[in-house]
Design a protein around this ligand. Sequence first.
Ligand code: PEP
Ligand code: MN
Length: 332
Amino acid sequence: MIAHVKKDIPKNELENMISDYGALHFEENGHIVLITSSSDKKLDEKYSRYLGDSFVFDSDIQLASQSYHTKKREIAIADTKIGGDTKNTIFISGPCSVESPEQVETVAQKLLSLGIKVFRAGCFKPRTSPYSFQGMGLDGLKILEDMRAKHGLKIITEVRDSTHVDDVIERADMIQIGAKAMYDHGILKACGQTKKPVLLKRGFGTTLQEFVQAAEFMLSGGNSNVILCERGIRTFETKTRFTLDLCGVAFLKKYTNLPIVVDTSHAMGYAYGVPDLTRASIAMGIDGLLIESHPNPKVAKSDASQQINMDELEELHKSLKPIAHAVGYNLV
Ligand code: PEP
Ligand code: MN
């Protein structure tokens, strides 16, 4: 359950509550938000004088639940807002990995020409094989920072493990937690301690319940700027890399209060399918899209088959505005 606790509660009483219920807590809007397991339906009478509103749930989807925050949370990525009443769909694009300053510059020029404001690229890549390109690490982050200083584009880049979690949190405008890192509690807890927006990708073998509970790790740390990203789940099908779970997107829209971004590139795994899947996704009324693009996908050091080239990016981007408008959203 979630209980709003008055701020003037004596310190020892708060400590007693926390230890009685194994509760987590953070401060928000002038009160303490205390969260216990959803199996708790009422707190002991002895605490009643310190309590404001309280909320009970039938599962541990609590802070992320629409029955707690009936309105979708608004999240700002620099001066671009999504969620809340904005009806904005943010378009985020860039290569799978940072490979060189020249590659980043070519993509940045294209994003600028299309009015796209957020650049994606990974520097710490969670590869399935130890023999594949692992990313440029801190050198890659420096290339992204130089690009941001030159062009003003904001950066989303991923955290792979605990060795660089603080570096990424400090330098990124939005932190990406990848499908494989989604279960890393060290990363989740570190991202709960910042106020920067975090894009949490769904693990490919993760139920919707588990996915939203991973978000709860950050929300309960006090970071309310959490965005969910559907990027495909593993099914029996092998002709496509993963299967984009748009049913899951419908569930998340109805039952959670978090903005939702769809990544069609990783779901499809092949560039030919990305434009159609992206148009299908934006027609659902979503808060953002994450699309991999590369100046020359054939020679990309990671995810070569799924990245679209600069002309394809332009064509796709142009085709999305009318679809967004048709469902009451603006492409930003
Ligand atoms: C990526 O965005 O390049 C990536 C590795 O994604 P995912 O974690 O969804 O596989
Ligand atoms: Mn990728």
